[in-house]
Design a protein around this ligand. Sequence first.
Ligand code: ATR
Length: 275
Amino acid sequence: MPDLYAVVGNPIAHSKSPLIHAEFSRQTGQEMRYEAILAPMDAFAETVAIFRERGGKGINVTVPFKLEACNISSRLSARAHAAQAVNTLVFDGGGILGDNTDGAGLMRDIMINQEFSITAKRVLLMGAGGAARGAMLPLLKQGPSILTIANRTGQKAHELQQQFSHYGNVVSGDYADLRGEKFDLVINATSASLNGELPLLPSGIFTGESLAYDMMYGGHTPFLQFAKKDGATRLADGTGMLVEQAAESFFLWRGVRPQTAPVIEMLKKFKPRKV
Ligand code: ATR
């Protein structure tokens, strides 16, 4: 029997993870099976326990269970602890290791695939939910000159700022506070694009060199359309992040790093979704 893995979420039918991991296992010759499992909203822990009893070796966790996955882990990696969210479970021995590969996936996509160096740059992170929290430490580790967090609910941005301010130069506010500011990198970590919405960004925040990055995948999101009109010349959706976070999970489970570029190309034709 090949080793068994799964992605667990609710909803789950849209998930591209089975396709991505099937490509990775074909490419690397790793014998494994990867399923998509719908967990009832009130039965994530039970769903994971049943999967383990079936001999499962690891799980990818998606919306809305990343926080619960944190709580059922017997130990957390440092990056999962900082994010307070788990997207990868590894079943080893008696315990469950909870890890988070989203931040690493985002960094690999920005720095390697987009060839954008974050060091000494002015970075704007939009949003203060789980996705933004997971990006904070990986971004600050790259040493931006400033990391600004903007959120519709300014208080939540302020809380993130306080939690992470000892790792670098972090400021926070709401979108109106951004008037007159310029950024080299703007990352949309809100879920606004999912509903075809756009946070109330003032115009004039991009330079001709800026990279606009939407964590949602599926091409011309409202945020990327705004960025293009506002002068950003470099635009990226979250397809690369989706594939890179999967590759990082695959590496945790199998000890082999798959090639991501061909899988990113394959996925570019799919409809908008959040990583
Ligand atoms: P995720 O896990 O995707 O980060 P979340 O924790 O629910 O999801 O956070 C959603 C984020 O998107 C929040 O920052 C939210 O802003 P608020 O904190 O003010 O609610 C942001 N968001 C969602 N819809 C938005 C919209 N239409 N405009 C601006 N921000 C929005």
